[in-house]
Design a binder for this molecule. Sequence first.
Ligand code: SF4
Length: 688
Amino acid sequence: MIHRSVCRLCKADCGILAVVENGRLVGVEGDPACPLNRGALCAKGQALPQLLYDPDRLDGPLARDGEGFRPVSWERALDEMAAALVRIRTKYGGAALATYEGASFSRVNTQAYIRRFLHYFGSPNRTGTESLCVAPKYVAARATFGPGLLPTGDFARAEVILLLGANPAVTAMHRYLRAMDDILAAKEAGGKLVVVDPVYTETAAKADVWVPIRPGTDLAFLLGLIRLVIEENLYDRDFVARYTVGFEDLARAVREYTPEAVERLTGVPGSCLRQVARLFAGAGRAVADRREGLMHGRQATQTNRALLLLAAVCGQVDREGALRFTPSLSLNRKVLAEDRLPADAVFFARDRFPFGDEAGLLPETILSGRPYPVKALIVTAGNPVMAWPNTAKVIRALRELELLVVIDLYRTETADLAHYVLPGTTCLERNDLSTNSLMPYPLVRLAARVLPPKGEAWPEWRVFNELGRRLFGNGYAHASEEAFLEDLLDGSGVTLGALRDGPEGVVYGEVRPGRYLESGFPTASGKIELYSHMLAQAGFDPLPRYEAQGPAPDGEYPYHLITGSRLAAYSHSTLMNLPWLHDLSERPCAEVAPDLAEAQGLRDGDEVRVVTPQGAVNLPVKVLNASCRKVVLVRHGFGHTAGGRLAVAKGGANANYLTDDLANDPLAGTPAYRDGVCRVEKMAQERR
Ligand code: SF4
């Protein structure tokens, strides 16, 4: 039998056809009817059956027993957890509980039932992986276009595509697998692709112009582009006059970013800056877009703002072939029970970062007890030991908790530190909603359960529902997952029945270029805010300005360190235990720039120690085939010590032993994973 559903192994949410025979998943195919993947499926999606039947998956709930664990029934685990939570709330208050969701899990309905649980408990402290990555682009878009509007690039119709910190040839951009196909189609039609990236990526290899920029300086590059398009009268005067505010302020703010100054800051020659400025501003339809490379710097939000401002002054917003907006589905906020939160319940890092819910700051809060104690953490399908910056500190902090609960498929590194480890589900063993305004289509689907959960696993919804029933009484709980989803969809114009009857999804709105140019933007001024009133009111610079921040490469740490980039075969630190995927990547390495390799006499395969102020890891070297200078790249997600036999066998090193949890974007609080410094020590080599 063939079931239509959605792959949720990454956030691309590809439509799939799941083939089930005799109650067993025997294959997965891409759904040709899904506009996001149009029948395609990546290797991860194809490996779904291996995930479902992985013998290393957790069998049942575990409770801590000294240094190890003992099996425990669901009933007992939930009773004990509820008792511990009551104790913690009585002693420290409701805000002493925080939650964290991993990348493959944090979605509209999962966030909703976790928020609901927290709000009943009295805590504002929900975090997820979006706080580690996408937050700056949300804040930048809100500061520029107003709340709820996040633009995506209309690649297929663009004449020029300018990408910064993005590698869509490897990781799905804007949550659809076919983004790179659309970019290549635009190129086929005569368009030009410009890729700005310190590393010669798979996408850079397809570019007409590759700009190898010094890490952490994209903001200076973008301000230089804006200055040039203004200086050379290449900007769209009519668009700027009709739809934006703050042009004169912006023109003044970018005056200092001459090509010469930008070259000094970024390493990008002035001639290249001029070439890119003229190419972009000269196009009738152009997209300026970005991905995680622009989220992980020390000025990530202002860098994202500068990208939007470049598009705006060139008139490339809310138009075909430019940046455009997907409406979001309005869901029933009543289920969140926000009115139950005490008025003084404030997210633990809000005093330092007004616009983000940053997870990576939890260790500092747990260890310092400031601004208030956080003593309990529930982690759902996430792995802070691998994902959060400054791993040594993360481990110290998690050990301090009075209650750590991990719901996961595997006994991960974080689960190893937990008091309770609960077996969760794959995306084919639970019902989810799939919808997101980050996608280029206003589509909502039921990511439908195809098979019952394996063994004793529970859908995560049920864990929170039953824990909530114990803590808040029967009035809290929903009778079923379906009842919760119906509540959530209530008033949205879409029903669960419609999603069941039409598993290919329901289109709930339209992407109509020009909509906001006609109706106005939901900002204070009603226009695109080159000068952001939202930021000014919050006491921040309303205009982006480049500031050299953090430690510059120096004698002790002479190289730029980039961490956080991923490989196509895995989703963050997950899926390495699946045999098909295990073999799809080489041994993890420290990838180093050729000038660095030459200076230190390094060849491929040599063992090195990469050292930062936070820690050190040992890795073999691979010399990058590119002209970038003084750059070291340590990819994210490797170095498992738990989570399945093959995952551990994959080897490598956890890049977050090198990263700094307190180097953050000042607005969103996101960590500067790609803006570090390091040194490289050559180790005594074994004879090869
Ligand atoms: S791109 Fe993501 S959602 Fe699509 S098949 Fe691969 S893992 Fe699944």
